[in-house]
Design a protein around this ligand. Structure first.
Ligand code: CP
Length: 338
């Protein structure tokens, strides 16, 4: 079988054609997730070179109502590399008619007349999910809806683990940070890991623990998971040592804007800081390389020791790289042949 028929078969097996991707469950099991990884791995060399004319005449719109560096620009580059075109509304609350009170439903209905697919970010998951259902007439990919889910990050993270370890089964993944309420990336990764035979360890502050809805889904899926609340620094170090992957769940969405709350919050959260010494010591004593992931952006020097950058512990820049073929694989699986 040639590469072309291989990739066509993998696209088919994602079952994403003309579908939305709004949550991790939109690819219900590993039977659909692994083909997405396969499509992404075929696209990796294409992303790194000039691209391919696979989606001529197709247009993607980006509609981002929250700030973004990676997701919005990444979708725009991905569509360009696939031979499609892009229109971008990067500040819709200022420059679109939403500034005059037009609803998100009507905005999506209008965009659906112009484009073939929409990548969107929104601060309120209820508003966003309802508007997609009622207004969108073309597929929508969520680039993060409030504190709900971020499936693009979730599948990027799974793909990064898959590409690094060669498999996801059998690993222990620690999802660590002071606030798991708003960490949509943490929710998506935990839910995504349930498709595999992994041990999921959640560690956070009791007042900011993972939402009940996510915990219930983990239970419904019979996930192998534990939750550690208000861990001490020494407990955090033990959890790190017991892990194959430490996923820092990102401070940025949860840091208060205002002083003095900001400095107090950062002080309280400092016990979650990850340093090179800790993982290097684990390598010496346990003979294993603990991998560190982070969705970015990070607060400079607060969440982690930047000396980790450039070491084989750090996967976060690899996540940035591997998000590209994942975004391309999502767009292609949804639009190819439509
Ligand atoms: N990780 C992530 O979603 O990055 P952006 O907020 O820059 O898109």
């Amino acid at each position: 079988m040639g590469v072309r028929s291989d990739i066509m078969e993998a696209i088919e097996r994602t079952k994403l054609k003309t579908k939305n991707i709004l949550r991790m469950d939109d690819l219900p099991s590993r039977e659909e997730a692994e083909p997405l990884f396969k499509v992404a791995s075929y696209l990796e060399p294409i992303w790194r070179t000039g691209g391919l004319n696979l989606l001529p005449g197709k247009v993607l719109a980006t509609l981002f109502l929250q700030p973004s560096t990676r997701t919005r620009l990444g979708f725009e580059i991905s569509m360009n590399k696939l031979g499609g075109r892009v229109i971008a509304e990067s500040m819709p609350s200022v420059t679109s008619r939403m500034a005059s009170g037009e609803s998100l439903e009507d905005t999506l209905q209008t965009l659906s007349a112009y484009v073939d697919i929409i990548a969107m970010r929104h601060p309120d998951p209820d508003i966003a999910l309802k508007a997609v259902e009622e207004g969108a007439r073309v597929p929508v990919i969520s680039g993060g809806f409030g504190g709900y889910e971020h499936p693009v990050a979730g599948y990027t993270d799974l793909y990064t683990i898959w590409r690094t370890f060669g498999e996801i089964d059998g690993l222990t993944v620690l999802i660590l940070g002071p606030d798991h309420v708003k960490s949509r990336v943490a929710h998506s990764l935990a839910l995504g890991l349930t498709k595999f035979k992994t041990k999921i360890v959640l560690a956070t502050e009791e007042a900011r623990r993972t939402p009940k809805g996510v915990i219930q889904k983990l239970k419904d899926k019979k996930a192998n998971f534990t939750e550690h609340l208000n861990p001490s620094r020494s407990q955090i170090e033990e959890l790190v040592w017991d892990s194959d992957v430490v996923y820092l769940s990102a401070f940025v969405p949860c840091v208060p804007e205002e002083e003095p709350e900001r400095s107090e919050w950062i002080e309280r959260a400092s016990k979650y800081h990850l340093n090179l010494e800790l993982v290097e010591k684990a390598r010496k004593e346990l003979g294993k390389t603990i991998r560190i992931m982070h969705p970015l952006p990070r607060l400079p020097h607060i969440e982690m020791d930047h000396a980790l950058d450039g070491t084989d512990h750090a996967l976060y820049w690899k996540q940035v790289d591997l998000a590209q073929p994942i975004r391309m694989a999502m767009i292609l699986s949804i639009l190819f042949g439509t």
